[in-house]
Ligand binder design. Structure first.
Ligand code: ZN
Length: 319
């Protein structure tokens, strides 16, 4: 049994499920890509967020159909591992799952383009099992502006506000990774539920636009949210990213926002380059070991590796 229980709040692996040409097999241990069922089990991952990432070629036209194609490939793959992996939709599912030995899976969409400007689509995606949405990727869309097209004063749109309220009502997790600064604060102002930033790091440690500034980290704390620390080398240190440097990000967020608002969102299969020791999901326990060496208690490490995300999910998901 792996020593640490881990929740990873972001991977882009589903993108490989529906590539008929690729010989990737989620059920087998692959020598390429970052994540599959055998490696999840070996890592001690108790819950994996699976993002349906809307590729650029499907924006703005075709986003919903592509999202549904990814979702179809997810459910077709999951048929073959229902004894080992369980998609969770409610707090009851989560509680039951924590008592069995199956790995929990949470479905998210990365890119609000998939809604195609319709709250009806949001509600139907909820019915199809989606429980989190990353409002934007790096571009501007119908909901908000991504960090790649950031313009001061450009935040959440009217439609974006309607989406937040409807997600709060339905029981879906709002994910603010990739959103610009104005959209981040606009969302925190109107959301009645905690939000997450599934994969990003600390701006004070590495000045990358995808990372959160200290005032954003404190605002995230005030809404009882959680940020998942990413293993993307560019967000850790573009010059020389190491596990030790990534641990500096954990330490900083713990100091600024508190250990209750810190988690892991590795971004496996969404990153091209990897950090030595974090080449795939089996490296994640090294982060827990590193936190221990940095003086975090076992109780604090358990919060960071899984308990904080469980707290947020219990507050947000439908009963
Ligand atoms: Zn991303």
């Amino acid at each position: 049994m792996p020593e640490y229980k881990i929740i990873d709040a972001h991977c882009d692996t589903v993108g490989f499920f529906c590539q008929e040409t690729s010989n990737y097999d989620f059920l087998a241990r692959n020598r390429f890509h970052h994540l599959d069922l055998p490696r999840l089990k070996e890592s001690g991952v108790i819950m994996q967020f699976f993002a349906l990432y809307i590729s650029d070629e499907y924006k703005p036209v075709g986003s919903l159909a592509y999202c549904l194609r990814l979702l179809d490939s997810y459910y077709r793959t999951m048929q073959y591992c229902s004894d080992e992996l369980q998609t969770i939709y409610t707090v009851t599912d989560l509680n039951n799952n924590l008592k069995n030995s199956k790995i929990a899976a949470l479905l998210s969409v990365e890119g609000g383009e998939a809604l195609e400007g319709e709250l009806a689509v949001l509600r139907m995606l909820f019915r199809l099992g989606i429980r989190a949405i990353g409002l934007t990727w790096n571009q501007k869309n119908q909901l908000a502006t991504g960090i790649g097209e950031d313009k001061p004063g450009e935040g959440l749109t009217d439609f974006g506000m309607q989406v937040i309220r409807e997600m709060n009502r339905l029981g879906m997790v709002v994910d603010l990774a990739h959103i610009n600064r104005q959209g981040f604060f606009d969302t925190l102002n109107i959301s009645s539920d905690p939000v997450i930033v599934s994969h990003a790091n600390a701006r004070a440690v590495c000045d990358h636009p995808r990372n959160l500034a200290d005032d954003q980290l404190r605002a995230l704390r005030d809404i009882d949210g959680v940020i998942g620390m990413s293993c993307c080398p560019d967000f850790v240190d573009p010059a020389y990213a190491t596990i030790d440097k990534l641990l500096d990000h954990f330490v900083h967020v713990a100091e600024v926002a508190g250990v209750e608002h810190l988690g892991i969102g590795a971004d496996f299969d969404g990153i091209q380059e990897v950090i030595a020791g974090l080449e795939d999901v089996t490296g994640l326990p090294r982060l827990a070991e590193g936190l221990s060496q940095r003086g975090f208690s076992r109780e604090e490490i358990d919060k960071i590796t899984h308990k904080n995300f469980i707290r947020v999910l219990k507050k947000v998901l439908p009963v």
